[in-house]
Design a protein around this ligand. Structure first.
Ligand code: HEC
Ligand code: HEC
Ligand code: HEC
Ligand code: HEC
Length: 115
């Protein structure tokens, strides 16, 4: 009986810990969409350190350069990847695990939508 109780406690602990750990996988945010393509946490979080900010160098190992991104969105007005605001970290707009932002709109009112 004690054994059964212990295994129930253990099962609850496992269920709790996996639900807490699952949060970076939740929703359909940028990280989740990447992970569906087989990309691992460590490919965005260098050394698998999720407490450090994700710098543009990590994104650019796959996405080449700001120039390449500016070319992809050259039809968008204003071009979010080529403007006076400069080459910021991608995560100022593209959030990993929550809704993305348009950082320009702290000053402007553009109807851009960041994926
Ligand atoms: C497509 C790239 C990408 C992938 C893949 C990714 N993340 Fe993230 N993650 C980010 C970005 C961007 C941030 C925001 C960091 C910042 O503020 O600079 C972030 C932030 C976090 C944070 C800080 C809290 C938060 O929500 O902002 C945690 C924890 C985290 N990621 C865990 C994970 C884990 C665990 C995985 C794998 C299951 C993962 N991430 C996969 C891009 C990614
Ligand atoms: C390991 C490679 C890799 C890394 C690292 C990576 N990406 Fe991607 N990303 C891809 C691939 C592959 C696609 C799908 C093909 C495409 O659209 O280029 C993609 C697509 C995207 C898209 C468009 C599709 C969507 O779901 O929104 C955005 C936006 C994007 N990435 C932003 C980022 C940002 C920002 C970072 C850094 C936080 C990042 N990526 C890091 C490989 C990567
Ligand atoms: C100022 C905010 C901002 C920053 C900074 C930014 N992006 Fe974007 N990004 C956007 C917006 C807005 C779009 C959607 C444009 C559109 O309407 O198609 C976009 C679209 C994309 C796409 C999809 C392009 C397509 O073909 O549809 C990719 C990939 C991407 N960004 C990658 C990056 C990477 C990598 C970085 C960093 C080097 C970065 N972005 C920095 C705002 C930003
Ligand atoms: C800290 C405030 C601030 C931020 C953030 C900012 N801008 Fe601006 N921007 C300005 C100011 C100030 C001007 C010049 C005054 C004007 O013409 O409205 C300007 C002018 C412009 C112009 C030319 C005038 C116009 O409205 O057509 C464009 C285009 C522009 N910004 C795009 C962007 C884009 C795209 C981003 C984000 C990637 C951005 N700005 C971020 C303050 C900002």
């Amino acid at each position: 009986m004690k054994k059964l109780f212990n295994s129930i406690v253990l099962a609850c602990a496992v269920a709790l810990s996996t639900s807490a750990l699952a949060s970076p996988n939740d929703g359909n945010f940028l990280a989740q969409r990447h992970m569906k393509k087989g990309i691992q946490c460590a490919q965005c979080h260098s050394n698998n350190d999720v407490n450090k900010p994700v710098r543009k160098a990590e994104c650019l190992t796959c996405h080449q350069s700001y120039e390449a991104m500016a070319k992809r969105t050259s039809g968008v007005e204003p071009n979010p990847h080529y403007n006076h605001y400069g080459d910021r970290d991608c995560s100022t707009c593209h959030k990993g695990h929550q809704r993305s932002e348009v950082s320009c709109n702290t000053c402007h009112k553009f109807s851009l939508k960041t994926p």
